[in-house]
Design a protein around this ligand. Structure first.
Ligand code: GLN
Length: 336
């Protein structure tokens, strides 16, 4: 009996020991990839902070951190990974995920569509062109509509569901940066107009201004580079947070979330981005970008200065280099 038990223990150790790592590279190689990308771009001065509110303009432009979190729960960091910026448009991914969880991916596809608009993220022309039908949840009309679809009887209940979802993706309780939220809420008339149009065309069913306010709040959530990388890794790991072990969303919904990110995650430069990395990703004007290598890792970088399309200059370059060094591109099969 004892021998049998010993045998069981040995075989269990073997099975666990043999589970393939998420990445073929050794920890030292992964760290080297991060360090070299950080060193290559840390002094790059291209781009400028978003400046539509003072709270964004005054963020330290030198913040620069990169984090990889593998689907087997290993965390690799370089640079400044504790400074927080507002999540901004990256939030759109996780609100869409919440809606899919409640109503299925089809609810998103049929209500605001999943195609790229070919217009800037807050385009009113795009809404007019297709009466709000051919949007996607990564641009403001689709994103505010997604926020309006989250279930809850009151503002606070809806907000609780949204921030709870983000926190589960992250494994840490996230909160709103009031210094960003207040001025954004006072100056979001364009987003209010977009919401009103989406309401007029029947995509937002009720309370468009409430949806805009909650959307503004979700954009103002503070995150650091590690937060974003864990959120990306939760998607890379089929909706299960690799650090907390919590199944945050249904694994079946992940492909649709990644598809929308791939189509429209980096605004007008989404095609260029996909061409160079193959990674579903999402950027925000706070300077963060997260990207997902399905089954392998989540990666994120924060660096506030943005290019003309509104994407962090350094974060794009750093994520592309690290992912390419780690074989992150899901469109790169090896011949037999
Ligand atoms: N709060 C911003 C807006 O909706 C977010 C923009 C962004 O990150 N692209 O206008």
């Amino acid at each position: 009996m004892k021998r049998f038990r010993d045998l069981m223990v040995v075989s269990l150790v073997l099975v666990v020991g043999l589970a393939p790592a998420a990445l073929a590279q050794s920890p030292a190689e992964i760290e080297a990839a991060l360090k070299s990308a950080h060193a290559r771009y840390k002094d790059l001065k291209e781009g400028a902070n978003a400046d539509y509110i003072p709270a964004l303009a005054k963020v330290d432009p030198n913040i620069f951190g990169i984090v990889v979190v593998t689907t087997d729960g290993k965390v690799y960091t370089v640079g400044d990974v504790t400074s927080e910026v507002s999540i901004q448009s990256i939030s759109k991914v996780f609100t869409m995920a919440r809606v899919m969880e409640e109503q299925g991916p089809e609810a998103i596809a049929s209500n605001m569509g999943v195609d790229a608009t070919g217009q800037v993220f807050n385009s009113i022309v795009a809404v007019e062109q297709h009466k709000g039908a051919e949007m996607n949840a990564m641009v403001n009309p689709g994103a505010i509509t997604a926020t309006s679809m989250v279930k809850g009887a009151t503002s606070e209940e809806i907000w609780g569901s949204i921030i709870g979802t983000y926190s589960d993706f992250d494994g840490r309780k996230l909160s709103v940066n009031q210094e960003v939220y207040k001025p954004e809420a006072e100056t979001n008339q364009r987003n209010q107009a977009i919401a009103m149009l989406m309401y007029a065309y029947g995509h937002i069913k009720a309370e468009p201004l409430r949806a805009t306010d909650i959307y503004t709040r979700q954009c103002s959530v503070n995150v650091n580079a590690k937060d974003l990388a864990v959120m990306a890794a939760t998607l890379a790991n089929g909706g299960k947070n690799p650090l907390t072990g919590k199944q945050v969303i249904n694994t079946q919904n992940v492909p649709e979330i990644l598809a929308v990110m791939a189509t429209a995650g980096l605004y007008d430069d989404s095609g260029k981005w996909l061409f160079s990395t193959g990674l579903p990703a999402k950027s925000g004007v706070g300077g963060g970008i997260l990207a997902v290598s399905p089954g392998k890792f989540g990666i994120a970088a924060i660096a506030p200065p943005l290019d003309k399309a509104g994407n962090s200059v350094k974060a794009q370059k750093a994520i592309a280099d690290v992912s390419n060094a780690l074989g992150g591109n899901p469109y790169a099969p090896k011949p037999r």
